[in-house]
Design a protein around this ligand. Structure first.
Ligand code: ZN
Length: 195
């Protein structure tokens, strides 16, 4: 989706302002990764609502390395199921929106991976292996909705009364054809208002 890609590019440019070019990818990686803190990027375009949720794996499954340990695999499956349940995670107000798709990417912590995913991981993983001490891993999910009239969308609530996965903060950035905004969700406030 064009608008979402543009938003992500903008965010990276904003993050990079003032950072030495050589440290660019490291800078973004470390800025973006703090345990307990997740990111939610929202794009509203046409009748579509698209979201990318990114969290440190530690906050969702309790570890940040590839695993074949059965207990770890069970934690990954549980988190994948919770992340894939868009209707439980998000409450939209103002217009009727239907969740079309939820794609959860747990590849940073799963051992058996498809060749194509492996290629992506190799391209992204400048640190070397995930077994390295001090390495981090993120889990992400991409959600797509179709809405009756996106201009009527008033708010989006994350989680049923508290932040999911006991997250401490979710940094939200949204962009629409009319404007953009940012907010920080906390255990006390899970509401994103679009206006
Ligand atoms: Zn980490």
């Amino acid at each position: 989706m064009k608008l979402l890609e543009q938003t992500l590019t903008q965010l990276i440019i904003i993050s990079l302002a003032g950072a030495p070019a050589a440290a660019a990818s490291e800078y973004v990686r470390h800025q973006a990764h703090a345990h307990g803190i997740a990111e939610l990027t929202i794009a509203l375009e046409g009748n579509r609502l698209e979201m990318i949720f990114t969290s440190p794996a530690m906050s969702l499954v309790g570890f940040e390395h590839k695993t074949s340990n059965p207990q770890h695999i069970a934690a990954v499956a549980k988190a994948a199921m919770a992340l894939g349940d868009a209707e439980a995670l998000f409450t939209l107000k103002g217009t009727n929106c239907a969740a079309d798709d939820a794609q959860v990417d747990m590849s940073a912590v799963t051992a058996s991976i498809e060749p194509e995913t492996q290629k992506n991981l190799d391209a992204h993983d400048h640190h070397g292996t995930d077994d390295e001490e001090g390495s981090h891993a993120d889990i992400s999910a991409h959600y797509s909705y179709t809405c009756a009239d996106i201009a009527d969308l008033q708010s989006l609530r994350l989680g049923p009364g508290k932040l999911p996965f006991s997250l401490e903060e979710v940094n939200v950035m949204w962009v629409s054809e009319q404007g953009q905004g940012a907010t920080v969700l906390t255990p006390e406030n899970q509401l994103i208002e679009f206006n």
